[in-house]
Design a protein around this ligand. Structure first.
Ligand code: MG
Length: 397
């Protein structure tokens, strides 16, 4: 029992150590499960691009808008309407006004829209209904956030103001009610964060129906809600394609609703539109795997060849096989590994020990490629290398 406990403890320490090492490095070759038919990357793949560095912003307070993150595209920072124009007449100056760091709807002036057009996004926007409460239901503090100018996320003073559920603040208007009503009293700013993924079609075929997720004052109100076409009043809209890009529009519903701190961030491409994260089609996966293999082979050829130390180039070429079993590369690996092993074997006994780490690395690479059926067990000098490692006791810690 004691032995078992001791072994379990050693196992736990080793497991933690390996986790720590992986986390501390940028990934290792010949380590996690290799790419498969729907994933072009290995698990913990060192060739996978690093996430871009973004300096986070700050949260807003009722008195003060927060700072956007460093990669945000600013649509309104409280100063002017230079990024905005009237929706009608098309593209003219808007009659909305800027006052006290907010843009305010001038009732009767029509919708305002961004000059910028964009599609999938993380959108941040803050709005405040008039403090002076007038009207009820849909007539109180009504405006709207129109994604791509066509899909309305409702803006409405729902504080102690019942209305039809699918038209409440944070609803996908006429489609899906918000899951909660977390509004502040009128006059105070409400903070809205939206993740928008437009529907994607190829001809008549729906590749992705599109989704919207909305947080209202930090409370989830739309949970990956599937889109059902552009929204509308009284009419049930039908699912369909959205444009790739469109302007953000804010509604004039006859109430002087104010907006501040409007920005968005572009979202990474989905697999269905050429992104390489998440499960991909077999075709897209193989195309990406070929790209990765070719890039690694190029890198091996241009930056690594060193007759005195061929191991880095050899290992990199072996790594390329994980993505694509390219026959000329297989031949080159066989040739290089054979020559490398012959050179190591020819070393005098007192020099052989200096090759322990290198040979262990090569042996580990072969073991990985054999384990995942990328190379056969009898490939090139694989068996001889393994025997050398065992004979020398290099496999012992
Ligand atoms: Mg509205």
């Amino acid at each position: 029992m004691r032995v078992w406990l001791a072994l379990a403890a050693i196992g736990a320490v080793l497991a933690l150590a390996s986790v720590g090492y992986a986390a501390a490095s940028t990934g290792l070759p010949f380590y996690g499960d290799p790419p498969d038919d729907h994933h072009p990357w290995a698990i913990h793949d060192q060739n996978r691009p690093q996430p871009k560095v973004v300096t986070p912003g700050t949260f807003s307070t009722p008195e003060q808008p927060g700072q956007p993150p460093s990669d945000a595209i600013i649509l309104f920072d409280g100063k002017d309407l230079s990024n905005w124009e009237a929706d009608k007449p098309e593209g003219g100056p808007s009659k909305w006004i800027v006052k006290d760091g907010a843009m305010e709807c001038t009732p009767g002036s029509g919708q305002i829209r961004t000059k910028d057009k964009f599609g999938d996004c993380q959108l941040h926007i803050e709005w405040a209904a008039p403090k002076d409460v007038k009207g009820d239901s849909q007539g109180r503090g009504n405006s709207g956030i129109y994604l791509e100018g066509i899909c309305e996320i409702q803006v409405l003073d729902c504080y102690d103001n019942p209305t039809y559920a699918d038209g409440a603040a944070g609803s996908v208007y006429g489609v899906n009610p918000p899951a909660a009503n977390p509004l502040n009293p009128p006059g105070q700013f409400q903070v809205v964060d939206i993740l928008f993924r437009r529907p994607i079609y190829e001809g008549d075929k729906c590749m992705d129906p599109g989704y919207v997720t909305v947080f209202l004052n930090g409370v989830l109100v739309q949970d990956h809600t599937q889109l059902e076409g552009s929204t509308g009043h009284m009419k049930r809209t039908k699912p369909g394609a959205f444009p790739d890009k469109g302007p953000l529009k804010l509604q004039d519903h006859g109430n002087p609703v104010r907006f501040r701190n409007v920005w968005y961030r572009e979202l990474p491409l989905r697999a269905v539109e050429g992104g390489t994260d998440g499960p991909l089609s077999a075709e897209a996966t193989m195309a990406k795997r070929k790209d990765l293999a070719a890039a690694i082979r190029r890198q091996a050829a241009y930056t690594m060849p060193d007759p005195a130390n061929p191991l880095p180039e050899l290992l990199r070429l072996m790594e390329s096989l994980v993505y694509e079993k390219d026959e000329p590369t297989v031949q080159k690996v066989r040739d290089m590994a054979g020559k490398y092993f012959a050179a190591v074997k020819a070393l005098p006994a007192d020099k052989l020990g200096s090759k322990k780490d290198d040979v262990n690395r090569l042996n580990g690479a072969f073991k990985y490629l054999v384990k995942f059926n990328i190379l056969p067990a009898d490939f090139g000098p694989n068996a001889d290398i393994e025997k050398l490692v065992k004979d020398q006791g290099w496999d012992k810690k």
